[in-house]
Design a binder for this molecule. Structure first.
Ligand code: NAD
Ligand code: UGA
Length: 460
């Protein structure tokens, strides 16, 4: 079997960057090069100041610090890295299509196809090509077709190796994965990739399957996880009208080992770049095979999630006497979850958009998200002009400033620091009645009530 000495990864994003950093850390004898077309991103990965890495993940600075320059490299020289590699990971973005057939549902595979064509054009010796991106089931077939029909007569072995890390815990997830999944047809190619992971992952946690099971399992894992969040969020609404408390219900059902306690935290709605995209993709695939009941079943997870975001915004408006016009609402958090600077599909974007439609004055504080990113997220929706977004929404870099003079605080992300704030001091600076809308069930109801806040939390 061919020994893997050089690995290239195309795509230096949230997955490619951290994953390859850990592979390099744990395989000091393998040279790992991560390439990207985005020069600014590569420059940030190469920044001497490890605080400036383009992806914020706890512990990532130490991993990059250990391996970078030793056997981990970040570069924009895509062709060269392809040419030199024994194994090439494709870890580019696979967003939902925004045009043409499948618009709004199917995965856009144009970046994947570009990579395949580039690999085929450059490769002068046999390569193992690894799908790291999340892809529709049977993409490997298309990939193989492109590689074999446009290549230079060399052999390509395709493997599927989907990534299960979650943002905010990427490094611990990579260091200690529940499982690594490798799908493929060629035993030697599979074994080569198994050996890369076996440098730190116990063999019994490295699962091998056929290509299609591996590709499909990734979509299914995300669908099941998102379904749990939508399920508990559906129950949160029922709790609010019946006097039950959703955390207590979650604990009561989660103690049943068949159900399990994880991923049962009610929230303002799931966000992130993948849950929605991957379920939409699953729905699209099911419809393509005329499996309409299957498609409708999974689509409901998204419908419920959209409802939860709208419901939270509506709750704010309704509680504040049915008008938020001109009212100052402080947003605590913008990221889609804590410990990440990623805002893709964050519930905060949609809740803000809803409140801005009602002419609220929103002031946002997030410990890791920049003002530019927040305006980019809002402008991308195209609901109103960029000028109006900037007139109605301000971004500050201090929570106390965001809350000073506010009619209401809304917790959109579960950052730990929000719990430790001096809420007595905050109360003094806020308008009365002082409302707190907790979309993450983060704060202490008893304490806030004692301080005189009107406190609303999802599912209570
Ligand atoms: P990302 O947008 O952060 O990164 C993708 C990178 O690929 C970008 O920097 C882009 O410039 C680069 N790129 C695109 N086309 C290229 C090309 N032809 N040549 C060189 N570079 C190119 O995306 P991500 O969050 O890292 O996700 C990548 C894939 O992994 C997606 O399929 C996603 O569904 C999947 N995934 C993501 C996560 C996550 O937590 N973000 C977890 C598991 C799986
Ligand atoms: C998710 C999966 O957990 C990863 O396994 C997968 O690799 C990844 O998607 C992907 O394919 O991109 P991620 O989106 O980074 O990871 O983060 P999660 O922790 O899964 O959270 C997703 C969203 O659900 C967040 O908005 C989070 O706040 C929300 N959530 C999660 C809840 O509202 N309640 C919960 O109990 C759990």
């Amino acid at each position: 079997m061919k020994e893997i000495k050089k690995i290239t990864c195309i795509g230096a994003g949230y997955v490619g960057g951290p994953t390859m950093s850990v592979i390099a850390q744990k395989n000091p004898d393998v040279e790992v090069t991560v390439v990207d077309l985005n020069h600014a991103r590569i420059a940030a990965w190469n920044d001497e100041d490890l605080d400036k890495l383009p992806v914020y993940e706890p512990g990532l600075d130490a991993v990059v610090g250990e391996a970078r320059g030793r056997n981990l490299f970040f570069s924009t020289e895509v062709d060269r890295a392809i040419d030199e590699a024994d194994m090439i990971f494709i870890s580019v973005n696979t967003p939902t299509k925004t045009y043409g057939k499948g618009k709004g549902q199917a995965a856009d595979l144009k970046f994947i196809e570009l990579c395949a064509r580039q690999i085929a054009a450059v490769a002068k010796d046999d390569k193992i090509v690894v799908e790291k991106s999340t892809l529709p089931v049977r993409t490997a077939e298309a990939l193989k077709n492109i590689l074999e029909n446009t290549g230079n007569g060399v052999n390509f072995h395709i493997l599927s190796n989907p990534e299960f890390l979650a943002e905010g815990t990427a490094v611990t997830d990579l260091h200690n994965p529940d499982r690594v999944l490798i799908g493929g047809e060629d035993a030697e190619a599979i074994e080569a990739l198994v050996n890369v992971y076996a440098a730190w992952v116990p063999r019994e946690r490295i699962l091998t399957t056929n290509l299609w099971s591996s590709e499909l399992s990734k979509l299914v894992a995300n669908a099941f996880l998102a379904q749990r969040v939508s399920s508990i969020n559906a129950i949160s609404e029922l709790c609010e009208v019946t006097g039950a408390n959703v955390d207590e219900v979650a604990r009561a059902i989660g103690q049943d080992s068949r159900i399990g306690g994880k991923f049962l935290k009610a929230s303002v709605g799931f966000g992130g770049s993948c849950f929605q995209k991957d379920i939409l993709n699953l729905v699209y695939i099911a419809r393509t095979y005329n499996l309409y009941e299957v498609a409708d079943y999974w689509e409901q997870v998204i419908i419920m999630n959209d409802h939860q975001k709208t419901r939270f915004a509506e709750k704010i408006i309704q509680t504040m006497y049915n008008t938020v016009n001109g009212k100052h609402i402080a947003f605590l958090g913008w990221a889609f979850k804590k410990d990440t600077n990623d805002t893709r599909e964050s519930a905060a974007i949609y809740v803000a958009d809803h409140l801005l439609d009602e002419e609220a004055q929103v002031v946002v504080y997030d410990p890791k998200v920049s003002a530019e990113q927040i305006y980019r997220d809002l402008d991308y929706l195209g609901t109103r002009s960029p000028e109006d977004n900037r007139r109605l929404l301000k971004v500050v870099d201090n929570a106390y400033e965001a809350l000073d003079g506010a009619h209401a605080a809304a917790v959109l992300t579960e950052w730990d620091e929000f719990k430790g704030y001096d809420w007595a001091k905050i109360k003094e600076g806020m308008k009365r009645p002082s409302f707190v809308f907790d979309g993450r069930k983060l704060l202490d109801r008893k304490e806030l009530n004692r301080l005189g806040f009107a406190y609303y939390a999802i599912g209570e």
